[in-house]
Ligand binder design. Structure first.
Ligand code: ADP
Ligand code: MG
Length: 430
């Protein structure tokens, strides 16, 4: 090795004289490190792959210098240190947004478990919780979290990872049928270490894609490869999904993202300010956090609006400006809830038609949603029992009374029912 280094020094001097371009020499040649000589090959290391290009004009000179100094005609083998290779990127799929990282994800009671499990999975994919199923309402951080897990897994384990909004999975699948490239489609998906599908509920009603996803899922699962899914609702409530898929979704860990509590909303706002490099007074931050509750995206929207206003109008962001310019956002949080809206949301939630919901059919799959709709109408509107009854096909007002009483009792013990109702109520504000 000593000898190699000594000779390399001589080679460099020879080469420097030969190329007579000090800058090029300092930039491209000097950083080259000799590693070893073996069987007429000299192994040289460059700092990163970009150097190939820079060096390419000097390769012949380098060969000649080598042969001058050592007396051999040697071939060169290039390498560069592992850690300095290009940052590992996605195998295929949509790009991950670097802002959706764990560093930028604020932890709170609302997302504690999902956050902790996400980190554990990124560190040892395929082992701890498989599949990992994250659900939660709009704008609660599902996409942020699933992408953070993907980025971290790529960085720490160099995993072959694909991230796709479910819609893209469906489209790719359809394309592969049209272009008769099913095999490539399958091989691509089945050779992954981690498959991330965002908004899996989108697959509802698409039987062909469900079948294919089922097979992909099984293949990855059998190979102990990690599958992570997000959805707007828990597996149990993916009513129009095949049962066998739903049950697989429950094999691993199912966890939810809840609307953030006040302290977390404040922390998220502060984090976003830090990222956007702006400063907001505490009273402004508290005001936003107090008035915008159930959706982080709205919280961020409010902040962006304030930033735009302060720069466009060149105004200092104080509490008065904040109140003035967020008025409509805040009042929309207190939107008027109508019975039509309730019926629509309940029907959507249970995947039934509004028509069936309002009908008198006694199927259990209709009776429960119907009673829930009656209960929410009673709680969230000022309508009388009779008026509500009229909106359900002219039933007797005692039917409404009965439904409300029954649900109230049930709610005391049934936390699952409680959660469903909370979710429907939340969706009324969207
Ligand atoms: P979803 O996919 O559930 O609809 P997103 O992941 O798109 O929601 O989140 C909406 C916005 O809120 C994004 O800008 C995201 O960065 C932000 N966000 C959500 N939760 C958090 C959190 N815990 N910490 C920081 N930002 C968050
Ligand atoms: Mg999303």
């Amino acid at each position: 090795m000593d000898n190699l280094w000594k000779n390399w020094d001589l080679v460099l001097r020879n080469l420097k004289d030969r190329i007579r371009n000090d800058r090029a020499f300092e930039t491209w040649i000097k950083p080259i490190k000799p590693v070893k000589i073996e069987n007429n090959y000299i192994y040289l290391e460059i700092p990163n792959p970009l150097f190939y290009k820079g060096i390419s004009g000097f390769i012949n000179d380098l060969r000649e210098s080598l042969s001058n100094i050592t007396g051999y005609n040697m071939e060169i083998k290039w390498s560069y240190p592992e850690s300095k290779k290009n940052p590992p990127s996605l195998y295929f799929g949509e790009k991950l947004n670097p802002a959706n990282s764990f560093d930028n994800f604020v932890r709170g009671q609302c997302n504690q478990l999902a956050h902790a499990a996400g980190i554990a999975i990124a560190q040892s994919p395929g082992i701890a919780y498989n599949p990992f199923f994250i659900y939660g309402g709009v704008g609660l951080g599902k996409t942020h979290l699933i992408q953070a897990i993907g980025s971290m897994a790529i960085k720490t384990n160099n995993c072959k990872t694909a991230y796709l909004p479910c819609e893209n999975f469906v489209n790719l699948f359809i394309q592969s049928i049209q272009t008769k490239t099913m095999n490539t489609f399958r091989n691509n998906f089945r050779s992954l270490d981690i498959l991330l599908i965002d908004d899996i509920h989108f697959i509802a009603g698409k039987e062909g894609t469900q079948e294919e996803f089922f097979n992909t899922f099984n293949s990855l699962y059998d190979q102990k490869k990690q599958i992570i899914l997000t959805s707007d609702r828990p597996p149990k409530e993916l009513f129009s999904l095949e049962k066998r898929l739903v049950s697989r979704f429950e094999w691993g860990l199912v966890t939810d993202l809840k609307p953030p509590e006040f302290e977390t909303r404040v922390a998220i706002l502060r984090k976003k300010c830090e990222l956007k490099k702006i400063f907001l007074d505490d009273d402004v931050v508290f005001y936003i956090a107090e008035n915008i509750h159930d959706n982080v995206r709205l919280l961020e929207g409010a902040l962006n609006r304030l930033i735009a206003i302060s720069s466009l109008l060149n105004k200092t962001l104080d509490i008065n400006i904040t109140k003035e310019y967020l008025r409509d956002l805040i009042s929309s949080q207190k939107k008027i809830i109508t019975i039509e809206k309730i019926q629509e949301k309940v029907a959507f939630y249970f995947n039934i038609s509004v028509h069936d919901l309002k009908s008198s059919r006694r199927l259990k799959t209709l009776v429960v949603p119907r009673q829930i709709a009656m209960y929410i109408a009673r709680e969230k509107t000022d309508m009388s029992l009779t008026a509500i009854a009229e909106e359900f096909g002219g039933k007797d007002h005692t039917t409404i009374l009965y439904a409300c009483k029954k649900l109230k009792t049930q709610l005391e013990t049934d936390s699952y029912l409680k959660m469903s109702i909370e979710k429907i109520i939340n969706s009324l504000h969207e």
